[in-house]
Design a protein around this ligand. Structure first.
Ligand code: NAD
Ligand code: ZN
Length: 363
């Protein structure tokens, strides 16, 4: 196997992203080289490029991806060249405490917090202009070819349309999964979703499919409201237009607070607001938003003992290698419809335009 030279996006330093010719080494033992066909932009990539979550520069961003296996390293048995795969921002090693626990999914071999930017053997597979380039979350999908550990790859149905199902590798699993798998939203329940971006929209779909009777959507960008309503939001709130804190308005609207509150922004204020929006007795608050490592939030201690649950969820609590292929199959069988979550599709060399659309709040 030879080194491949191809186009990739490199974040050289904070807030800089440029398309470059990079060299991608062949996969080593236990690794897979993938020809990327599609990738999505997730706020976590944006956080990484902006330095909100700390990764090592220079790195190739991107984690929400679909591709075709180009070659495999020694000992790889779960995929072969030609297989369609999803990249996994959180791997599933099937050996660590998280993988062996029936509910755990935050595999100890993850490289999100903290991030080394390196493969499991402590080296990188990317170089550009003679310089070592780091990986992100051991996925790095903003490139025509990437190398990832076998544990960070899930083989999917050969019939899968790659330009659609790439979002199953993060957005759908995280959002839809937070509602239908992490919390199991109940029929007739009331929900509030803070943030109506990619993740929030997928949460709304999950609440709707679970039979929630009321879904309140909260966002400061009102341009998000029409699409959110189409997905199932029954009431839209813009906190900047309210005379009181949004959690008080949610409580008034529902009488006692919602059954399920979701945070899908990554801000501590909205995490606290989500907590305070839910029913004192049985309310469940789920945080999916990712914030910078040094931020803290505080809750009124008296609002905890009453029975509420505060829970985080990464990638919908799914065991990634086991479950993501099932989500793809569910899509192919028309059991879930992810198409409304895709607003724009652009060729890879227009990545900057894609970020522009995203930053303008249009995606
Ligand atoms: P996004 O940028 O598409 O959506 C964020 C939305 O929040 C936007 O619509 C924005 O207008 C809105 N918003 C911003 N500030 C607000 C405020 N103060 N009040 C109300 N609304 C506000 O982002 P996304 O891709 O949906 O990601 C959302 C969060 O989820 C990020 O923090 C991301 O890192 C995190 N994430 C977590 C996981 C996980 O597994 N837990 C996976 C992917 C992404
Ligand atoms: Zn993501």
């Amino acid at each position: 196997q030879d080194t491949i030279t191809c186009l990739a996006a490199i974040a050289w330093k904070k807030n800089s992203l440029s398309l470059e010719k990079v060299q991608v080494e062949p996969p080593k033992a236990g690794e897979v080289r993938i020809k990327m066909t599609s990738t999505g932009i997730c706020a976590s990539d944006d956080h990484a490029i902006k330095g909100i979550i700390s990764l090592k520069y220079p790195f190739i961003p991107g984690h929400e991806g679909a591709g075709i296996v180009e070659s495999i390293g020694e000992g790889v048995s779960s995929v072969k060249p030609g297989d369609k795969v999803l990249t996994l921002a959180v791997p599933q090693c099937r050996e660590c405490s998280a993988c062996l626990h029936p509910k755990g999914n935050f595999c100890e071999k993850q490289d999100v917090i903290p991030s080394s930017g390196l493969m499991l053997d402590g080296t990188s597979r990317f170089t550009c202009k003679g310089e070592k380039i780091y990986h992100s979350f051991r996925t790095s999908t903003f490139t025509e070819y990437t190398v990832v550990p076998e544990i960070s790859v899930a083989k999917i149905d050969a019939a899968a349309p790659m330009d659609k199902i790439c979002i199953i590798s993060c957005e759908v699993a995280t959002g839809y999964g937070a509602a239908v798998h992490s919390t199991k939203v109940t029929p007739g329940s009331t929900c509030v979703v803070f943030g109506l971006g990619g993740i929030g929209s997928a949460i709304v779909m999950g609440c709707k499919d679970s039979g929630a009777s009321r879904i309140i959507g909260v966002d400061i960008n009102e341009e998000k409201f029409p699409r959110a309503r189409a997905l199932g939001v029954t009431d839209c709130l813009n906190p900047s237009n309210l005379k009181k804190p949004v959690q008080e308005v949610v409580k008034e609207m529902t009488g006692t607070g919602v059954d399920f509150a979701f945070e899908a922004i990554g801000l501590t204020e909205t995490m606290v607001a989500a907590w305070e929006s839910c029913n004192l007795s049985h309310g469940i608050c789920i945080i999916t938003g990712v914030s910078s490592p040094n931020l803290k939030f505080s809750l009124s201690a008296q609002t905890v003992f009453t029975g509420r649950t505060l829970k985080g969820a990464c990638l919908g609590d799914y065991k990634t290698r086991d479950c993501f292929p099932q989500l793809v199959t569910a899509y192919l069988q028309n059991k879930i419809n992810i198409d409304p979550l895709i607003t724009h599709q652009l060729p890879f060399d227009q990545l900057h335009k894609a970020f522009k659309v995203y930053h303008a709040g249009k995606a």
